[in-house]
Ligand binder design. Structure first.
Ligand SMILES: Cc1cc2nc3c(=O)[nH]c(=O)nc-3n(C[C@H](O)[C@H](O)[C@H](O)COP(=O)(O)O)c2cc1C
Length: 207
């Protein structure tokens, strides 16, 4: 082989090796690690503060990668590459906010989850903030969980009976340490359950 051609072949082989190694590493990481998507809507920052605590709790579980995004920024690949999705909303008129409802509607309009049930068997959970103590936080979390159940997801709780929540107005301005601890607890529990399910699926496929 002429020298210039030999050099060209060696350069190509080197470049291929350099690009292939990180790809293989990424694939291995993907199959072993658990990805938790934490997504939320927040106008005045309370739900965002809870979202950061949820993300912190999930990140505390070894081998867990967390993606934290506003609902409007979530892409199809974010959804489909996640093992678990935790959705947070402020309470608007005793229910999830319009932005969060649009996010769920977009699972179909933008991402085409149905009829294949593309979110099937992923773990789902909810969190909410509301101005009043009894103003609809539990209804809000339950409607989020209902949307997930309709998509054949596996819903879990943590923090409270239906998820983590915080009261932000009136006698309870701001989010206190107990509410933040509940949010971290939710994130941790979801990550643990997602890891158990992923490990079980991997073991099943080996049998
Ligand atoms: C349009 C609108 C409707 C609301 N409705 C309720 C409600 O029904 N019950 C309640 O407890 N709080 C209600 N709130 C208060 C918010 O849920 C509360 O301030 C929340 O913590 C805001 O979250 P954010 O700071 O993440 O935007 C409402 C607020 C807005 C703007």
């Amino acid at each position: 082989m002429a020298a210039p051609v030999r050099w060209f072949v060696m350069l190509c082989a080197g470049a291929l090796a350099l690009t292939a190694v990180p790809c293989l590493a990424a694939d291995a990481a993907d199959s072993d690690s658990v990805t938790v998507l934490v997504t939320y809507h927040s106008l005045s920052g309370s739900t965002e503060k809870m979202a950061r605590a949820v993300a912190e709790g999930a990140r505390a579980v070894p081998g867990v990668r967390v993606v934290l995004k506003r609902v409007g920024e979530v892409t199809g690949p974010d959804l489909f590459s996640s093992d678990a999705v935790i959705v947070g909303s402020p309470v608007y008129w005793s229910n999830m906010s319009g932005e969060v409802k649009t996010f769920f509607d977009n699972w179909q309009f933008k991402f085409g989850v149905f009829p294949e049930f593309k979110m099937r068997n992923k773990v789902g959970a909810a969190f909410a903030t509301g101005g009043q103590v009894s103003g609809g936080k539990e209804v809000t979390m339950l409607t989020i969980l209902a949307a997930m159940l309709g998509n054949q997801m596996i819903v879990v709780s943590g923090g409270g009976a239906f998820g983590a929540s915080a009261t932000t107005e009136g006698d309870s301005p701001g989010i206190d340490d107990k509410e933040l601890a509940d949010a971290r607890d939710l994130g941790r529990r979801v990550a643990e359950v997602a890891a158990i399910i992923k490990r079980g699926a991997r073991n099943n496929s080996k049998e």
